[in-house]
Design a protein around this ligand. Structure first.
Ligand SMILES: [Zn+2]
Length: 346
């Protein structure tokens, strides 16, 4: 469906957040004068004695990591949230604050310092999925935890200084802004149509087949129509699940498989350890019912046209709203033309 609108400046609507993004496809024709050189990717060591996440090493907080063989999670030594809040909410005129409590954890994906998700075996990524499930349940079961955010910051460009394969989980008492926004749109659609907003969107995307990157029996990876980041992608379960705790053994494996497929494509795009922030959006753990919700995992990678040229969210984007040049369809096409085998394994 290559519509006329795709060739000219237009705005696309994000059905999940209600926000708009400006798309300027004509600008991809302008000459590029920036840097385009390749990154020199060095092969990493499997163990780094100075890494605070490697098995057996001491952490900054004084603890020592066990000699773990698969995945390993622990409470962050420098957490952004603390379980106890010795303060009360505050309001004075137009000044308003709320005490916030929570638990922050670090999740090591593998004992091998040299790996990343795309370089890990599917069976080992499945162990990561199992640990995410366990943490989502255990943290979510706590009385004061009403939301659990699972995420990964990958690459120095994303502010992650340690290359050891790991992610984080921040769980807290309040429900964060992005979740509230999506809840509103899921609910409005559910009340009107009695079906899943994301489930119906997925059906349409599968019919059009313009932005699909990969799929298996249980999951689809695609570039959302309203993507902001150049190669932003989303993994959506085909079943209408509200959270990852609902995945069965076979679905855990399928989730791991599609994560591997997508991240291999990412690495192959600019032949680098492709940086991104990824996160899973799912229902709050406040014991309320959210039948309208459809869990999903999003990837926000900053790279634009090489291993070193990133997209900056500045100027218009800071003051008005996000904008992109390369269309979501072109981004999908670029990724779909790449090999499914990691470039380091060729
Ligand atoms: Zn390490």
């Amino acid at each position: 469906m290559d519509t006329e609108i795709n060739k000219h400046p237009h705005r696309r609507y994000n059905i999940l957040t209600g926000e708009w993004i400006l798309v300027s496809p004509h600008r991809t024709k302008r000459p590029w004068q920036g840097k385009t050189e390749k990154n020199n990717v060095e092969k990493r060591k499997t163990y780094d004695p100075s890494c605070y996440l490697c098995p057996g090493n001491s952490r900054a907080g004084g603890e020592t990591n066990p000699d773990y063989k698969s995945t390993y999670s622990f409470e962050n030594d420098f957490p952004s949230l603390l379980p106890e809040a010795p303060v009360k909410d505050f309001e004075n005129g137009l000044l308003k604050a709320e005490a916030e409590t929570g638990i922050c954890k670090v999740v090591c994906f593998s004992p091998d310092h040299s790996l990343t998700l795309p370089l890990m075996e599917e069976k080992d990524i499945t162990q990561v999925v199992k640990l995410w499930k366990k943490e989502y349940r255990e943290l979510g079961d706590k009385e004061d935890i009403n939301y659990v955010q699972i995420f990964e910051n990958k690459g120095e460009i994303m502010g992650c200084s340690n290359p050891h394969p790991h992610g984080q989980i921040w769980s807290q008492k309040s429900i964060p802004t992005e979740i509230l926004k999506k809840s509103k749109h899921f609910k409005e659609y559910w009340n009107k149509n009695k079906s899943s907003l994301l489930g119906d969107y997925l059906k349409q995307e599968l019919e059009l087949n313009e932005r699909i990157l990969a799929q298996n029996e249980h999951f689809v990876a695609l570039i959302p129509y309203w993507a902001v980041w150049p190669y932003e992608a989303m993994i959506i379960p085909k079943k209408h699940y509200q959270h990852i705790g609902q995945l069965n053994t076979e679905e855990e494996k399928a989730f791991a498989g599609i994560i591997k497929k997508l991240t291999i494509k990412y690495d192959n795009l600019f032949e680098t350890y492709f940086p991104y922030s990824s996160g899973i959006h799912q229902i709050p753990t406040d014991n309320k019912e959210y039948p309208e919700w459809h869990f999903h995992m999003s990837f926000y990678p900053p790279l634009l046209r090489s291993a070193t040229v990133k997209k900056f969210m500045v100027g218009y984007e800071m003051f008005a709203g996000p904008q992109r040049d390369i269309t979501a369809e072109q981004a999908a096409k670029n990724l779909n033309e790449l090999s499914e085998i990691h470039y380091l394994n060729h």
